[in-house]
Ligand binder design. Structure first.
Ligand SMILES: NC(=O)c1ccc[n+]([C@@H]2O[C@H](COP(=O)([O-])OP(=O)(O)OC[C@H]3O[C@@H](n4cnc5c(N)ncnc54)[C@H](OP(=O)(O)O)[C@@H]3O)[C@@H](O)[C@H]2O)c1
Length: 223
């Protein structure tokens, strides 16, 4: 994906269980790295990057937990891919009142994960339902946030920051156990490609041009 994944109001909870994730899976999920001294362990040898990796993982996780997930993406070419990851609906960015949101809009979402920030997040907040949460974890669309306090003080919407570099070890372990349980490995397979180091220059251009989806793991031990 996809800039943002939002769970619609009519979600149903379910549980799932799966164990035995590997460090390789951490890299593919984009949560394998840490700054020295910040958490336990340190990623060596590979870096990952790809268009929409965080949003795609949010879609797969929320769908696995039984939520009715809507993915928001500006690329029609990846809509089927997002459905395959578990989105029941995929809509364009114009499904939100980007750049023209009123302080409060009709309530649409029961929760949201935003990787974009900027105008898209500003359009998301007034469309959140009462007493819901938006996880703010990226700035792909901008670092500024022009909004009003109304979603917070009239609808009890919570805007929660997500940070994965200085995250303490104990919280990291908890997140890991949830990923091991809730992230379907087949979804991770579908959103990941592994390439040798020699492909990095070509892929850099492809990523900047928005032609790569999901995660790319660059294996620096393969040339
Ligand atoms: N908080 C943390 O700990 C943490 C951890 C990892 C990553 N991040 C951040 O999370 C964000 C997402 O990471 P990623 O690897 O998935 O990044 P990405 O590859 O840049 O993808 C972000 C997606 O945002 C959408 N987008 C880009 N520019 C946009 C714009 N101007 N308006 C609306 N949508 C736009 C695109 O989706 P479509 O093409 O589908 O529209 C793009 O695929 C990044 O900002 C990254 O730095 C944060």
């Amino acid at each position: 994906m996809a800039g943002a994944a939002a769970a619609r109001l009519d979600h149903a909870a379910s549980d799932g269980h799966r164990d035995g994730r590997l460090h390789r899976d951490a890299l593919r999920a984009g949560v394998g790295g840490s700054r020295p001294g910040a958490g336990r362990g340190r990623t060596r040898g590979r870096r990952d990057r790809g268009r929409g990796g965080v949003g795609g993982i949010a879609v797969a996780l929320l769908a696995r937990l039984g939520h009715n997930v809507t993915a928001i993406s500006g690329r029609a070419a990846i809509h089927d891919y997002l459905r395959d990851l578990g989105a029941r609906q995929v809509v364009g960015r114009d499904a939100l009142p980007v750049g023209k949101a009123r302080p409060l809009e009709s309530e649409r979402w029961g929760g949201a994960v935003d990787t974009v920030g900027g105008d898209l997040l500003a359009a998301l907040l007034p469309t959140m339902a009462y007493n819901t949460t938006v996880a703010c974890c990226g700035n792909a669309g901008g670092i500024e946030l022009r909004t009003t306090v109304f979603p917070f003080i009239l609808r009890a919407v919570a805007l929660v920051g997500v940070e994965s570099v200085l995250c303490p070890a104990e919280r990291r372990r908890h997140a890991w156990s949830r990923l091991a349980r809730d992230l379907p490995l087949d979804a991770l397979d579908r959103m990941t490609q592994t390439v040798p180091l020699a492909d990095a220059p070509r892929l850099s251009a492809e990523i900047l041009a928005g032609r790569v989806r999901g995660r790319v793991v660059v294996d620096v031990n393969r040339c």
